[in-house]
Design a protein around this ligand. Sequence first.
Ligand code: ZN
Length: 130
Amino acid sequence: MHELSLCQSIQGIVDRARDGRPVATVHLRVGRLRQVVPETLSYCWGLVTEAGPLAGSVLDVDHVPVVLDCRDCGERTTVADALLLTCGACGSGAIRVASGEELLVTSIDLAPRGPTAPATTPTTHTAEED
Ligand SMILES: [Zn+2]
């Protein structure tokens, strides 16, 4: 499954970036040309992260529309149908994809540490001297 392998690579990226810290939300930018089904992506994320330190984290997907630059008329158009890549202005097939192919982890929201897992750094300021 396409989404499953995507989730595995996302997990790898997030796991390196989180540096041992708990993660609440992973923000992604996914181009329409990636043909990703959002529901399937979320479902696969749950499967992939189920047993690991990322369990319970969620994906927040920002879908990037397909934008084409036309080599014939020079217009930049956004297409609704990612399967029909022709210029929206003149219909030419001589196009360059300006956006819609991205698959990026843009940011990660870290989860607050729970009260059962206090920070290990000792505090140097105390209001209880005396
Ligand atoms: Zn055109």
